[in-house]
Design a protein around this ligand. Structure first.
Ligand code: ZN
Length: 120
């Protein structure tokens, strides 16, 4: 079984199995760079990872402000509730991204199966 000729971000070789007609998996195929860029740009607009970091920073600042008395604890409680709802929404976005990644890998597997059926 041929393996992808690409490398993972840490520099180790990508070990995904690819159809014989291809040398790279979806993540590393130079011909699909545009497609990946579009997907990344779509994901980039939601910026879930940046959002999570932002929410963590705001919760931490809020905690400090409540502790030093510059924010009323009642206000702090309400704001932390709102931030928690926001955090849940961001988690859903991250799950959607994961599903899209899995769909991409499924497409690769389907292509591989079709190719094997054609060969057999
Ligand atoms: Zn690869």
């Amino acid at each position: 079984m041929p393996r992808c000729a690409g490398s993972k971000p840490d520099g180790s070789p990508c070990e995904r199995i690819v159809p014989g007609s291809q040398s790279h998996c979806y993540s590393h195929d130079p011909d699909r760079a545009d497609e990946r860029r579009r997907a990344a740009s779509k994901a980039g607009k939601s910026k879930p990872n940046r959002d999570v970091a932002d929410i963590k920073r705001r919760l931490s600042e809020l905690a400090d402000s409540v502790l030093d008395g510059s924010v009323d604890k009642g206000v702090g409680a309400v704001v932390s509730q709102v931030l928690n709802v926001y955090l849940r929404a961001v988690s859903v976005e991250l799950k959607v991204k994961e599903v899209e990644e899995i769909e991409g890998r499924l497409e690769e597997l389907e292509a591989l199966l079709v190719q094997r059926e054609e060969a057999g």
